[in-house]
Design a protein around this ligand. Sequence first.
Ligand code: F6P
Length: 346
Amino acid sequence: MRVGILTGGGDCPGLNAVIRAVVTKGERQYGDEVVGFRNGWAGVMEGDVMPLSAERCRDILPLGGTILGTSRANPYAIEGGAQAVRATLEREAVEALVAVGGDDTLGVAGQLAREGVPVVGVPKTIDNDLGVTELTFGFHTAVQTATEAIDRLRTTAESHHRVMVVEVMGRDTGWIATYAGIAGGAAEILIPEEPFDMAAVCDRLRAHHGRDVSASVVVAAEGARPRDGEIVVQSDQRDAFGHARLGGVGRVVADEIEARTGFETRLTVLGHVQRGGTPTAFDRVLATRFGIAAIDAVHDGHSGKAAVLQANQIRLAPLEDLTGKAKLVDRDLYETVAGALVSFPD
Ligand code: F6P
């Protein structure tokens, strides 16, 4: 069988592990020829093909990023885009496609599947906000990176008795902020799900910072917003899926804390550092399990489905169940676990 694979949307650690699993199992067990499409849906529309083999994928397991490249191209936002996808698949004699991506990429995959194109999805995002799957690969690595950064920031903050605001990724949900905040012992965790009250945040920080600690860490997801304010965007420019570029809430929070409390406050924006570098062992394993499940699903004749993690088992779920609605941070984790140890936005 000739199988195509693409990686779309923001990259994340573990993408190469998926590619390796699909190609290696496809070639060795099923006798497949697997071809990659460069740069997400853009490569499928343009017919930009990269031949893949188990030999080519031998050393890519620990590599961050994606050897295929990625983009946020959307065939349904371009006149004739979906037809171009179909034409390429026909010309390349690709019988099934594995689409590795987040909400946007899998949304396109679902639409193509409904129109008769055989597609199986693999969920990825450091944000961990795709529905139905308990985890996406890349998240664990991002949390590890953010936690290490918080640990480093804490020692310098202690020397100077400062408040450190750390802005992490998380457009619609605060999974990275919550996990890294708990792991890093943050005083405050601000997430998109819970608009925060700046006055209350400062009251709690006064109690926390002034008392027995010489440093306070505030973790803010980029999508967090004040109760009476808007999400902070870097620019109004929108991508092909309509998303603005977020970032800047950390600056607002840090300035407000310093102005209201008088505590010397510094900001660190972790940004794309969280998406780069080698995947953790956990993410390599999860990505590999997803890749194996995807190529098996292709050979079992599935389409319009994605590999997901449920109760530590890999299962298949309809693509529609993963997309369109962000999986919000677990209330119990935020309120009971984080809430017991951090002063908490009310
Ligand atoms: O992939 C999700 C994400 O990392 C979001 O957390 C973030 O808002 C966005 O991607 C950044 O995208 P870009 O790489 O286009 O700046």
